[in-house]
Ligand binder design. Sequence first.
Ligand SMILES: Nc1ncnc2c1ncn2[C@@H]1O[C@H](COP(=O)(O)OP(=O)(O)OP(=O)(O)O)[C@@H](O)[C@H]1O
Ligand SMILES: [Mg+2]
Ligand SMILES: [Zn+2]
Length: 155
Amino acid sequence: MTAARELKITPIKNGTVIDHIGNGLALEVLRIIGIDEIDKDSTVSVALHVRSQKIGWKDIVKVENMELSPRKANAIALIAPTATISIIRDFRVREKRAVDLPDRIVGILKCPNPSCISNQREPVESEFDVVRRRPVVLRCIYCERLVDDFHPHAA
Ligand SMILES: Nc1ncnc2c1ncn2[C@@H]1O[C@H](COP(=O)(O)OP(=O)(O)OP(=O)(O)O)[C@@H](O)[C@H]1O
Ligand SMILES: [Mg+2]
Ligand SMILES: [Zn+2]
């Protein structure tokens, strides 16, 4: 197994590993996870600029005692489409999946159009169709504004 060699940071007993994050994007991923929501006794490890067979250079984030919500996994897919998410239980990888960009992104981005209805009234949640995947381009379902520069906020 190559994993032992690859572990540049302390193994965790339970938690989530987000691996194969594009080089330099780990801090953005942490922002989506929402670092202040993490249990105060848990460790968060970040490795930047790690050599990767698959993608050249990558970042890795490991969060103890947290299993990522699907909504946050979708938000991570927006900025880090190559990422894989592994759920660790009792030191072993119990589940591993690629992040998956859905066809529709609900509630994790703000429409950049200030007069869009999703920015006017509280109960209207933002909603975008994914119109292109590599690179990602979104279209607001309300005002049709195209978005290719995102700063997802975790929700
Ligand atoms: N107990 C653990 N604590 C922290 N990280 C772990 C633990 N076990 C595995 N990992 C990490 O979880 C990820 C997935 O583990 P796995 O053993 O499947 O790695 P792998 O063989 O390198 O697979 P791949 O890189 O193809 O996803 C890797 O980043 C690995 O370093
Ligand atoms: Mg690996
Ligand atoms: Zn809009």
